[in-house]
Design a protein around this ligand. Structure first.
Ligand SMILES: *[C@@H]1O[C@H](CO)[C@@H](O)[C@H](O)[C@H]1NC(C)=O
Ligand SMILES: *[C@@H]1O[C@H](CO)[C@@H](O)[C@H](O)[C@H]1NC(C)=O
Ligand SMILES: *[C@@H]1O[C@H](CO)[C@@H](O)[C@H](O)[C@H]1NC(C)=O
Ligand SMILES: *[C@@H]1O[C@H](CO)[C@@H](O)[C@H](O)[C@H]1NC(C)=O
Ligand SMILES: *[C@@H]1O[C@H](CO)[C@@H](O)[C@H](O)[C@H]1NC(C)=O
Length: 451
């Protein structure tokens, strides 16, 4: 006891490392308890999913975009130069998509246009998902729609329910304002709902409506948003029906959410980041990246202690111990996630962030390929990006039965959410359907600007 208190006194300066160690120990304990609980709850399957392939007339070649913005009289030379730089360095290619409202000169960011965009992005993916899975709208028990920027009344989920005449007892939810991590949050939410309802189907619809978000002014920070976001949406069917077990693509092994928004530093730096040039790759604010890295790191510690084999956990714990007690300069050991996970889906939040996460996890360029190519082909689609990334891997026929897929969602604030899937069915023929159908053979490409 005395030894312990001396130790505590001695290391009170190192309370950060000490609390990290404590966190790991507590987490290990919690996870063991959670595992007991999880083994009792029902398995959730990802039966199939669809990603929107927007119509060709919505395509935005970079040269076209630049010509277009030069015609806006609310922009001056300086703003146009700035936007050109952002777009050229963003990692996007010539085939991303904008909703029709943004093709007007000037753009028409009205609610009516936004509603048309909602129909355009949500109806086709929902219908495609139903036809892929041979379901009728009345077979859906739970529907969750996520769209952060546009929040109409009646809600987005009501729009779907009305259009498809779904059942009266369908449970519907609309999530807003949760940023890029939202579609992963929606899956986590669906999982929790399914755990309370046997034999049910849940659909998650995820998108970002761009029509209302267009900024008409010259503040650089806000112009970035105009440059980066592109059209996209995804629909995902989750189920705990036994009958669908042999007819699914993935099984949800684990989901984890962490939040750092109670920490002012993370909260405000996330806000500042939304307003900085940070996520575009022009310059990156140091403190934002640092708060971001800390959020990711603490998420990874908890995730690692849950999914990694014992050997990796011990290595990590030993390294933290060593850093606390013996040698402060010891590099923190980053657990080897590649020993468990074969495929990594990261949000397409721009190259600097992707590279940072990759470095943090000691991943190779190959592990980031799907995320970088999604950014190139479809741009930043916010929450639905994770599904385009997974669709890329499937189209490349890289995902094999038994493989583990990790989807990491990151949102402002910072929120981190991880979904760990195990592939349960053979995945074949996806190169002929889905959003990558006409272009998968052209990828990977080397983006024209490499940063
Ligand atoms: C877009 O197309 C132009 C003209 O064809 C080409 O010069 C440019 O490299 C392309 N950009 C990207 C990122 O592919
Ligand atoms: C849905 O996703 C979008 C874009 O990814 C995000 O901005 C939005 O906040 C999310 N909507 C909700 C309801 O969380
Ligand atoms: C699923 O497949 C397994 C073996 O592949 C079989 O034993 C089981 O009966 C099947 N279950 C259903 C519901 O079809
Ligand atoms: C998912 O949908 C695709 C396209 O319709 C289909 O080829 C595939 O077999 C489906 N996968 C499963 C597991 O049902
Ligand atoms: C992409 O969208 C997300 C979601 O809002 C945002 O946090 C991120 O910074 C964006 N990335 C880029 C490159 O603009």
């Amino acid at each position: 006891m005395e030894a312990l208190s001396i130790m505590l006194n001695h290391y009170h300066n190192d309370h950060i490392m000490f609390s990290a160690l404590l966190t790991i120990l507590i987490t290990l304990l919690l996870v063991s308890v959670m595992k007991l609980y999880i083994s009792k709850s029902q398995t959730v399957y990802l039966v199939n999913f669809s990603c929107l392939k927007p119509p060709d007339y919505c395509r935005v070649p970079i040269a076209g975009f630049l010509e277009h913005i030069r015609l806006f009289d609310f922009l001056d030379e300086d703003s146009v130069d700035f936007m050109s730089k952002i777009v050229s360095f963003s990692g996007q290619g010539n085939e991303t998509y904008y909703p029709p409202s943004l093709f007007y000169i000037p753009p028409v960011p009205t609610d009516r246009e936004a509603m048309e965009e909602v129909h355009m992005v949500l109806f086709p993916v929902f219908e495609d998902l139903l036809s892929k899975t041979n379901l009728e709208p009345r077979d859906i028990d739970v529907i969750i729609v996520n769209c952060s920027g546009f929040c109409p009344e009646p809600s987005l989920s009501s729009i779907i329910i009305n259009k498809y005449k779904m059942r009266e007892d369908v449970k519907s939810y609309t999530l807003t304002g949760m940023g890029c991590s939202a579609s992963a949050i929606a899956v986590d939410m669906a999982k929790n709902i399914l755990n309370t309802r046997r034999n049910s189907n849940a659909v998650v619809l995820s998108t970002e409506i761009l029509s209302t978000g267009w900024y008409q002014g010259r503040e650089k920070e806000k112009l970035i948003i105009n440059c980066m976001f592109r059209m996209g949406s995804a629909a995902v069917l989750l189920s705990n029906k036994k009958a669908l077990k042999n007819n699914s693509k993935y099984k949800l092994l684990f989901s984890l959410r962490t939040q750092t928004a109670s920490d002012d530093k993370a909260y405000y730096s996330a806000m500042r980041e939304e307003d900085s040039e940070g996520f575009t790759g022009v310059t990156v604010k140091k403190e934002s990246l640092q708060a971001f890295a800390e959020a990711v790191r603490s998420h990874l510690v908890i995730l690692g202690s849950s999914i990694l084999p014992l050997v990796e956990k011990l290595r990590y714990a030993l390294c933290v111990l060593r850093k606390c007690m013996i040698d402060k300069s010891t590099e923190i050991y980053v657990p080897d996630f590649k020993s468990v996970v074969q495929h990594f889906c990261f949000p397409t939040t721009g190259k600097p962030m992707l590279r940072k996460v990759g470095k943090e996890l000691k991943l190779g360029e190959g592990d980031l390929e799907a995320s970088l190519m999604t950014l190139h082909r479809f741009g930043n689609q916010s929450s639905s990006s994770l599904w385009y990334v997974l669709a890329y891997m499937e189209a490349k026929e890289n995902v094999k039965k038994g493989d583990k897929v990790w989807q990491l969602g990151l949102g402002s604030g910072y929120k981190c959410i991880s979904l760990l899937w195990e592939c349960v069915g053979p995945i074949v023929g996806e190169a002929q359907t889905g959003p990558w159908a006409d272009c998968i053979s052209r990828y990977p490409v080397v983006p024209s600007s490499s940063m």
